[in-house]
Design a protein. Structure first.
Length: 162
């Protein structure tokens, strides 16, 4: 929508002026896996097909749809794990709409934690930084390396080949 990078703060600000009137797709999977690629593609297509679309309405509709999906999957995971404590992290946790909607879960007995917005950094930037320093340390991998989502930075050398 022409916001540039990072777009999140601009979306957050503009969304406050809109109404969630635009229906956007959600991923409906039977497990806890989900992706926002479909909704992002839908937003891009809506904007390209109708450049006069109300950007504020599109922003709040985007935030609302993503937040509903995040909360739905978070509650599924909390129920499966038997936990009542939820922590928000990453760049998305700086979004005021997401924060406010998750705080409403306190009424259902959940404890909600999140960092100050200044500490809500882009996960991709953190991973890129870790990769950069791992590369500088001499660790290299071929294309057979698979993702290990719970791998600590200290373990990177264990799965990389020189």
């Amino acid at each position: 929508m022409g916001f540039g990078y990072p777009g999140g703060p601009k979306i957050d600000k503009l969304a406050k002026e809109g109404a969630p009137t635009i229906e956007l797709p959600k991923s409906h999977l039977d497990n806890l896996d989900f992706s926002f690629s479909g909704i992002k593609t839908a937003v891009i297509n809506l904007h390209h097909k109708n450049p006069d679309i109300n950007k504020a309405d599109l922003c709040i509709s985007f935030e609302k749809t993503i937040t509903e999906e995040l909360i739905e999957n978070t509650l599924k995971a909390a129920k499966q794990l038997g936990v009542k404590t939820i922590a928000l992290a990453g760049g998305v946790s700086a979004n005021s709409y997401i924060r406010n909607e998750f705080l409403k879960l306190q009424e259902k007995g959940y404890e909600i934690y999140y960092p100050q917005p200044i500490l809500c950094t882009d996960n991709a930037a953190m991973i890129a930084s870790a990769g950069y320093y791992t590369y500088l340390a001499g660790y290299h991998s071929d294309l057979t390396l698979n993702a290990v989502p719970n791998l600590s930075v200290c373990q990177l050398g264990d799965v990389s080949s020189n």
